[in-house]
Design a protein around this ligand. Structure first.
Ligand code: S3P
Length: 427
């Protein structure tokens, strides 16, 4: 498809789609809690709909009344053996977190994904779950899906995480809630903490001391009302677009600003970006973000900030192509095992448009500023690469064509419509 262009900038006000990580977890917590959970502003995008389908297949009643999603939970003990192979689609979050839930059940089940998900590593989750007593087996003895899970009685463990991953941490936490004893997880770096926050929100007890998290099994969680804030990972595309395009001024409403997710705000500010947070809503950890055009300069990005902006690194790389100086991103080897290898895909696709990006073992070196030109690019079936390339297309007056644009439906089905409205506000 031919991507959108603009001769001016992007302006106006927008409510970005709901947070994907919180939407997934709201269904899962609703399912394992006792009683009704009402979810306001649920993300109806392909990934989260995969989670809904998986829990329906596990016997949970989930209704969409057109406004809210209502989950009728009956606790861990009331999940039922699925009749068919569970389908996680493209969603790593669905598969990995559900493994933690299924490992402690009394029935046998199997979960698979699409071609991309069936190539993503699962030993990182299966390993600790086996140590807890779980019985999990990948396809033909490998670590890849489809994965068969035989329900087992789990026991608590102490687990020092070798990688910073909220998905791995969350899978262990869901298993820990079903295990005998108290499980302790020691994080390598602090990753997004939505699962910990929701254990508390649903009435559970969890002890958090810096990077050490302890939770006991056998707790009965209780259904809640959840309001999902906007997804900062979706907001990131507009934050970068408005920074780079002259004469832009944008207000993004009610975006989640949980500190484990705001690395993008820190990095853009350090690059010279003009971002303000207004109207903070403490209950939902959300704020309006006001952003205007700014001249950006290069930065070095590594260490503890990486998990706080892991999904935003492709769009940060685009920002860096327009910044003065050389930006170095390191410690980001996890990008290789996302929906696609995002280190390679980012460099390959942006270089087609005239960027000067080198790949390294654990990141990217981006030389800026480089003007971009037209070309034919590919999303690699990865929603975030697709959206990043659309923002790149705004920076040139030449035509950019995107192959496989439908990947964007994974997290943001209305992306092109929303963006075109912000472009139109100029005329
Ligand atoms: C997610 C965690 C991150 C992130 C993914 C969503 C989550 O993955 O990249 O998009 O909701 O827990 P990792 O845990 O693999 O880093």
């Amino acid at each position: 498809m031919k991507l959108l262009g603009t001769k001016t900038g992007i302006n106006g006000m927008l409510t970005v789609p709901a947070d994907k990580s919180i939407s997934h977890r709201s269904i899962m917590f609703g399912a394992i809690s006792q009683g009704k959970t009402t979810i306001h502003n649920f993300l109806r995008a392909e990934d989260c709909l995969s989670t809904v389908a998986v829990f329906k297949a596990l016997g949970v009643t989930i209704q969409d009344d057109g406004k809210d999603i209502i989950v009728e939970g009956a606790g861990f003990q009331n999940l039922q053996a699925p009749e068919e192979v569970l389908d996680a689609g493209n969603s790593g979050t669905t598969m990995r977190l559900v493994l933690g839930i299924l490992a402690g059940q009394s029935f046998t089940s199997k979960i698979a994904g699409d071609a991309s998900l069936n190539r993503r590593p699962m030993e990182r989750v299966m390993g600790p779950l086996r140590t807890m007593g779980g019985t999990l087996q990948g396809n033909a003895g490998s670590e890849f899906p489809p994965i068969e899970i035989r329900g087992s009685q789990l026991s608590a463990i102490t687990y020092e995480m070798p990688i910073a991953s909220a998905q791995v941490k969350s899978a262990i936490l869901f298993a820990a809630l079903q295990a005998k004893g108290t499980t302790t997880i020691i994080e390598k770096e602090k990753s997004r903490n939505h699962t910990e926050e929701m254990i508390k929100q649903f009435g559970g007890e969890i002890l958090i001391e810096e990077k050490k998290i302890s939770v006991s099994g056998g707790q009965q969680l209780v259904g809640q009302e959840v309001t999902v804030p906007g997804d900062i990972s979706s907001a990131a595309f507009y934050l970068v677009a408005a920074s780079l395009l002259p004469k832009s001024k944008l207000r993004l409403n009610h975006v989640g600003v949980n500190p484990t997710r705001t690395g993008i705000l820190d990095v853009l500010t350090e690059m010279g970006g003009e971002i303000q947070q207004l109207a903070y809503d403490p209950q939902n950890q959300a704020a309006d973000l006001l952003i205007e055009s700014a001249a950006l300069k290069a930065v070095e990005i590594s260490g503890e900030i990486i998990p706080r902006l892991i999904d935003e690194l492709p769009i940060v790389a685009l920002a860096a192509t327009q910044a003065t100086g050389t930006t170095i991103i390191s410690d980001a080897q996890e990008l290789k095992v996302k929906e696609t290898n995002r280190i390679d895909a980012t460099a390959q696709e942006l270089n087609k448009l005239g960027a000067k990006i080198e790949t390294t073992e654990d990141g990217l070196i981006i030389h800026g500023p480089t003007p971009l030109h037209g070309g034919i690019v590919d999303s690699h079936g990865d929603h975030r690469i697709g959206m990043m390339l659309q923002i790149a297309a705004l920076l040139t007056e030449e035509t950019v064509e995107l192959n496989n644009p439908e990947a964007i439906n994974i997290s943001y089905p209305n992306f092109f419509t929303d963006l075109s409205l912000l472009i139109k506000e100029n005329v």
